[in-house]
Design a protein around this ligand. Structure first.
Ligand code: FAD
Length: 461
């Protein structure tokens, strides 16, 4: 798209959330000349990566009066991507050998990601824009601007007017619970992965884990260390699936989906196997949730599709002053936040313009029709899978910023192949040193690291 002819204007922008998305959005908005207030209900930056041993009082998070614990991180969590492809493009997530408390592994623990985000906030002085322990409770359009109501921990509310709002509140806090026929009478314990922290409560139990992607694969193996048996119910598996996955555990099985749960404690799988289980752990994903947002009915969420959003970022009738950074579920999360926020910042300043409202709606209608025609359910609208790089490069071209690097795209592709084929070992054994080398050489060429690439490549991480 051609740059706009308008003079560049500075807007007063509210950003909701100081996780990875909110932090980079604040940085890009300020770089573009906007004034920014970031609202963050926690005491520190980092969002999802702030591990808390405390979980919510209701293990399924269904009780509307429960107090919310934002993070879904469990104690043993390590990243599911190599660190070099996870970081922001101009602040690589490289090992910090200078600090013994840091985790230098290629797939480090959740604590290392939090430390990286804290480093990022410090490097770019982002905390000075953040109002901590301040929750946004209402956002509504008022005479072409946005009224933002926030509440501090001391329960003091304040209304403020902003030119624009960028929503970066994360989408891994509101659990999606799979429905199982008969579950109401099933007598065992049930928990969603959002509230899973450590395996100890499952010692000597027979446990069913529903879901076999990143969290399901991890949590089932974590629990198998102490449980008697772990049975994974996998929707992606054929109906007659009943296998022991390769790996050191002799007490782990993968089945097809659950057929029914019964009052006598039994669980029947679609493959015909019947087991008596003590607990069910739902690793069945999360729902988009914006409890503070009132758009006069313009926006809605239908089967986990956030409607209507142009390129998952702008609601046409409210664009560009309302936008969302971080909605699509894809591998390169941090870089996606960076590219989307550069676009938002540039459109708000008037450096680039969006198509007309009608054209954006037309694009959305075509996208939904294409998904329909391919038989892709609504709930997968924001799952970009194989087209993630194409999507990011489209936005990058739209706002004239660098395209996703070859090595980064390939690390995601090969990393996910390993995750699926070797869920037990993919974080410690890999076959893409060529890409890792390309990444560190790229960082060196761009002067983003202060050591020769060999400093990182010759270590055994
Ligand atoms: P969050 O990090 O969730 O931040 C949102 C922030 O908004 C929070 O700080 C929250 O307190 C604040 N907030 C929410 N509502 C309000 C409100 N009303 N008022 C004020 N503040 C509010 N991605 C990777 O790249 N690599 C990985 O290895 C990886 N592993 C993951 C493992 C798990 C178990 C999960 C659930 C996700 C994982 N992800 C991973 C994806 C991860 O969610 C993103 O990487 C990223 O950290 C999300 O950032 P965010 O800023 O969008 O959301």
């Amino acid at each position: 798209m051609a740059p706009a002819q308008n003079p560049i204007s500075s807007q007063h922008v509210a950003v909701i959330g100081a996780g990875a998305a909110g932090l980079v959005t604040a940085r890009e908005l300020r770089r573009e000349g906007h004034t920014v207030v970031v609202f963050e209900r926690e005491k520190q930056v980092g969002g999802l990566w702030i591990y808390s041993p405390k979980a919510e009082s209701d293990p399924l998070s269904l009780d509307p009066t429960r107090s919310i614990v934002h993070s879904s991180v469990y104690e043993s969590l390590r990243t599911n991507l190599p660190r070099e492809c996870m970081g922001f493009t101009d602040f690589p997530f490289v090992p910090r050998f200078d600090d013994e408390s840091r985790d230098s592994r290629r797939y480090p623990s959740h604590m290392e990601v939090l430390a990286y985000l804290q480093d990022f906030a410090r490097e770019f002085n982002l905390e000075e824009m953040v109002r901590f322990e301040t929750e946004v409770v209402r956002v509504e359009p008022v005479k072409g601007k946005w009224k933002v109501r926030s509440k501090t921990s001391g329960d003091i509310s304040e209304d403020e007017i902003f030119d624009a709002v960028v929503v970066c509140n994360g989408h891994y806090t509101e659990p999606n619970i799979a429905h199982i026929p008969g579950i109401k009478l099933w007598p065992g314990k049930q928990i969603h992965s959002h509230n899973y922290r450590v395996p100890d409560p499952f010692e000597s139990e027979v446990v069913v884990v529903i879901g076999n992607f990143a969290s399901g694969a991890d949590i089932s193996r974590d629990i198998a260390k102490v449980a008697k048996e772990v049975h994974i119910a996998s929707r992606a598996s054929e109906r007659d699936t009943y296998v022991k996955p390769p790996g050191p555990r002799n007490n782990l099985w993968v089945h097809s989906e659950i057929d029914t749960a019964n009052e006598d404690g039994s669980i029947v799988f679609k493959n015909g196997k019947v087991i008596h289980a003590d607990s069910i752990v739902y690793c069945t994903g999360y729902k988009y949730y914006f409890p503070f947002l009132d758009t006069n009915g313009y926006m809605s969420i239908d089967e986990n599709r956030v409607e209507h959003l142009y390129k998952h970022v702008f609601p046409p009738a409210l664009a560009p002053t309302l936008s969302f950074v971080g909605l699509p579920a894809m591998g390169i999360q941090f870089v996606m936040f960076e590219i989307q926020s550069k676009w938002v910042a540039a459109v708000l300043s008037g450096r680039f313009t969006l198509p007309s409202q009608d054209k954006m709606m037309e694009d959305i209608t075509t996208t939904y029709a294409t998904l329909d025609a391919l038989g892709i359910p609504k709930r997968y609208t924001h799952k970009l899978g194989k087209v993630q790089c194409e999507y990011l490069n489209w936005i990058a071209e739209e706002c004239d910023c660098p395209l996703v690097e070859h090595w980064r795209n390939q690390e995601i592709v090969r990393g996910y192949q390993r995750l699926v084929s070797h869920p037990e070992t993919y974080r410690d054994e890999w076959d893409d040193d060529d890409l890792k080398e390309e990444a560190y050489r790229d960082f060196a060429t761009k002067k983003l690291i202060s050591f020769h690439p060999s400093y990182f490549l010759e270590s055994s991480i």
